[in-house]
Design a protein around this ligand. Structure first.
Ligand SMILES: [Zn+2]
Length: 866
């Protein structure tokens, strides 16, 4: 009877069996230690891609190993389901966003199930469903009550294509919208913000506690928060009671201030502008109103500025200095004003040169020859032209000048952050309605908790232009004020979808709760997440916002921990083989390339570049997960993804390597079914193992040790799979031991160690094994334990070197001490040949790792003898 490996048959069969026996259901037994394994949840686009498969497979292996190691594991999945694509589908195809999204969720859930991922689907969340967003609204009200949600008129990033406001983070380095690609404009609108700046210091400080996070992610967060220490100084305006406040990290240069610059939109601009300059100033402000923040601050762009005609006084020198406005100063950064120190700041230097403003040197380097005349000297140094502070070094001068300013009432020490408050308003339909009612008398009134959720209405017309579609719904918008009862209007903005994903990991702990977002008890039990896995593209926003939410909820007494994710793994990209025309930069469809060993452009005949790039439709280099599963099965796809590269590195898709993993699984299949066919009688373990059995047992326990170590901390899946291959080979070589209990131990161990990686084939073969009268799933078995005594070899190899050169290897008893080893070496054939008649000056021993069963002895001879 032929028994061949047919992954397509066994995989769905076992998936059904696992589902029927609720194998992936989270246990409620709280005696075991907990482990929360979490993948970043996907946007339900409708199609699973290889990046998803890699992310979820990594987390699944971790979850499965932890279960076998005795942990109770929470391993959920859900959908980050609000956002623009659903609304765009509604505009383009007339499908209601909810319907489009739910259809995509259903489709992706089917695709996920084919991968054999051990999710507890009873805890699924979808952020677009009222049973979830009700609590997003409830949490927003927590922020509102804490004074952490507020409205203000702000210059915002306006996407002229999507007709919506974007967060700074949604504008790329070229000043384009992350979604539409349009050049972003600036516009003044009344917007909702969350006060993340209140938590800037905590978000920065607690990075140090995140020892299980990649350093580069922590660095990216720290840079984003951007803490700087310096001084707040005030410059009185001539002819006015008002003062211009600036922040500087270089108070030691204050004697070198020769002008002050305001953001054109600064409220003091009209105050300082002289009458005859008013028209020009107005014109200037208008001309820059369409420039994005990035255009205005780009380093390589000339700065545009205009004198207002007004003057201020540098309180330190008593000098009158001109007040300018310039595009590179932004009203929402710091104080919206800067002091100009052209001698010691390169941007100020260029601005001063361009506008014939005076340049006054107040810092000189310790070695004066370092000064270059055509640029600013920006390093610290020694103060000159600085009154009583002359001769001081910059660091001391900073402190003294701040103290002096404070004593005179001119300023004080200040810490400033680059981080700004989080703009959460979106003029869009497919998001969580902000639960606020605007009353002409009471202002912004929160919707009472009992009226939550504020449900997204469904009778909406999608035009794709202008304000939120919600603003057109008279019936929905017009309500009475919850406080005074008079006619009022609902807020028509919806929330940034990053809010939905800032708390979903909490909901999984108590996903069915309809009385609260979660029970504190359950969340405090499961959280923080023990291992979070996701893409590096979320290194700043999603992770920073989630940390912010966690800290606020802790301060509100809802949870008892202040960091949500204990360990973070950012997996690398999946890259596909890409054919690129080096002259046109165009990507060629692989199917059109006739000879892959010598690829040429089918149109022009030009030789094509073959490169690996992130899979995408436009590059024709994608591999559909469904196709791979159809051809090889999910287990092979999983094995390939885990074997091909360490998880945090980029992975180059290679069909030949996929084939290699498929062959390995076939070898395992033949090995185990061959063993089963022989149907060896169950043999009691004898007290004394033969040398061959001992060797096999050492290979078995070496595999347990190595695989366990590879999966313990840094998740070296690729080397773990290599160990499985070694064990499989060792078993293949020891076929004549098939009736031995050691061989049975080997087969069982191989399947147990393989089961987190390739769950289906392992289950099938496990169930085929003889001697198993109680067929319990392999995934409910305990992780194999290392028997340290099995690792000890009877004999080891001794490498013999003469003067550092290897001359031979001999077998010696494992327990031999150094004196005995020297004797064995001297008496060996190698020793006889090289040492006879020589004077040994020194003997050096190098102990190899015991696992390699190797030691080394090196004979150093007296000079002239070798
Ligand atoms: Zn009212």
């Amino acid at each position: 009877m032929e028994n061949r490996y047919h992954p397509q048959e066994i995989e769905t069969q076992w998936q059904d069996w696992w589902a029927k026996h609720r194998l992936d259901h989270t246990t409620t037994d709280t005696t075991a230690p907990k482990f929360y394994a979490l993948s970043m949840f996907p946007y339900p686009s409708g199609n699973l891609h290889m990046g998803h498969v890699r992310n979820y497979t990594i987390t699944d292996v971790i979850a499965r190993v932890k279960r076998m190691q005795g942990y109770r594991v929470l391993h959920p999945m859900g959908w980050d389901a609000f956002g623009l694509p659903a609304e765009n589908a509604a505009i383009e195809r007339g499908i209601p966003p909810a319907q489009w999204t739910e259809a995509n969720i259903a489709q992706m859930q089917t695709q996920l199930q084919r991968l054999g991922l051990s999710y507890d689907w009873s805890r699924e969340v979808a952020t677009c469903r009222p049973d979830y967003y009700r609590w997003t609204q409830w949490l927003f009200l927590q922020f509102f009550q804490a004074g952490l949600a507020y409205q203000k008129e702000a210059a915002v990033n306006w996407d002229p294509i999507d007709q919506t406001v974007l967060a700074n983070e949604q504008v790329d380095s070229e000043g384009r919208s992350w979604r539409s690609g349009a050049i972003v404009e600036r516009k003044l609108l009344r917007q909702w913000f969350l006060k993340i700046t209140d938590y800037a210091e905590a978000l920065l400080e607690d990075l140090e506690t995140l020892t299980g996070w990649p350093e580069r992610v922590k660095l990216m967060q720290a840079n984003w928060i951007g803490k700087s220490t310096g001084a707040y100084l005030e410059f009185p305006i001539v002819g006015s009671e008002q003062k211009i406040g600036v922040f500087t990290t270089r108070p030691d240069t204050v004697y070198g201030v020769t002008y002050v610059v305001l953001a054109p939109e600064h409220p003091l601009t009209p105050v300082v502008t002289q009458k005859k300059r008013q028209a020009k100033v107005k014109e200037f402000i208008e001309s820059i109103s369409h420039e994005s923040e990035l255009e205005r601050t780009a380093e390589d762009k000339p700065k545009r500025g205009l004198a207002t005609g007004g003057t201020a006084i540098n309180p330190f020198t008593g000098e009158k200095i001109p007040i300018w406005i310039a595009d590179y100063v932004l009203v929402e950064y710091g104080t919206g004003a800067v002091m100009g120190v052209p001698a010691h700041d390169q941007r100020d230097y260029e601005f001063a040169q361009q506008n014939q403003l005076p340049i006054k040197t107040v810092i000189i380097p310790a070695k004066p020859e370092l000064v270059k005349l055509d640029q600013a000297y920006i390093e610290p140094g020694i103060l000159i032209n600085s009154g009583e502070f002359d001769g001081l070094e910059s660091p001391i001068a900073k402190t003294k000048i701040i103290e002096f300013a404070e004593a005179q009432g001119w300023g004080k020490a200040r810490i400033q952050y680059r981080l700004r408050d989080w703009l959460i308003s979106r003029q869009r339909y497919w998001g969580v309605p902000i639960p606020v009612i605007h009353c002409p008398d009471c202002g912004a009134v929160p919707v009472p908790e009992t009226d939550l959720p504020v449900v997204l209405p469904e009778n909406v017309e999608f035009t794709g232009r202008g304000a939120s579609p919600l603003a057109h719904l008279e019936d929905w918008v017009n309500v009475s004020c919850p406080t005074c009862g008079q006619p009022a209007k609902r807020e028509t903005d919806t929330m940034d979808t990053f809010i939905d994903s800032s708390w979903y990991y909490l909901r999984y702990a108590d996903a069915q709760n309809d009385q609260a977002p979660f029970s504190s008890e359950l969340v405090n039990d499961w959280l923080p997440v023990d291992q979070y896995v996701g893409g590096i593209e979320h290194a700043i926003l999603h992770l920073l916002y989630s940390r912010f939410f966690t800290k606020v909820l802790k301060d509100r007494g809802l949870i008892n921990f202040s960091e949500p994710f204990q360990r973070l793994l950012t997996q690398g990209m999946v890259q596909g083989k890409t054919y690129k025309n080096p002259q046109t930069g165009k990507y060629v469809i692989p199917g059109l390339v006739k000879d892959p060993t010598n690829p040429v452009d089918p149109e022009s005949g030009i030789a094509l570049d073959v490169v690996y790039e992130k899979m995408s439709k436009s590059k024709h280099n994608g591999v559909a997960p469904g196709d791979v599963i159809e051809k090889y099965g999910a287990d092979t796809a999983r094995m390939f993804i885990l074997f091909k590269a360490p998880p945090e590195k980029d992975l180059e898709w290679d069909d030949a390597d996929v084939e290699g993993q498929f062959r390995f699984l076939n070898r395992v299949w033949r090995l185990v079914t061959g063993y089963v066919e022989k149907n060896p009688p169950g043999q009691a373990a004898t007290s004394e193992l033969s040398p061959d059995e001992k060797n096999l047992r050492r290979a078995i326990h070496t595999a347990i040790k190595e695989v366990s170590e590879d999966l313990a901390q840094d998740y070296q899946f690729n080397t773990a799979i290599s160990e499985l291959m070694k064990l499989s080979n060792a078993l293949g070589d020891a076929a004549d031991l098939m009736t031995s209990s050691t061989y049975q131990e080997g087969i069982e161990t191989l399947l147990l160690l393989l089961s987190p990686f390739a769950p289906h084939i392992s289950e099938d073969l496990w169930q085929q094994l003889p001697h198993r009268n109680n067929p319990k799933s392999i995934h409910l078995q305990a992780w194999p334990q290392v028997d340290p005594s099995a690792l000890v070899a009877d004999e080891i190899s001794l490498v013999i070197q003469i003067m550092g050169k290897t001359r031979g290897v001999i077998q010696v008893p494992a327990q031999a001490d150094q004196a005995a080893l020297e004797t064995y070496a001297r008496e060996s054939e190698v020793g006889q040949r090289y040492l006879t008649g020589q004077t040994v000056k020194k003997v050096i021993f190098v102990d190899g790792k015991l696992i390699d069963s190797r030691k080394l002895i090196n004979f150093v001879l007296a000079k002239g003898d070798a």
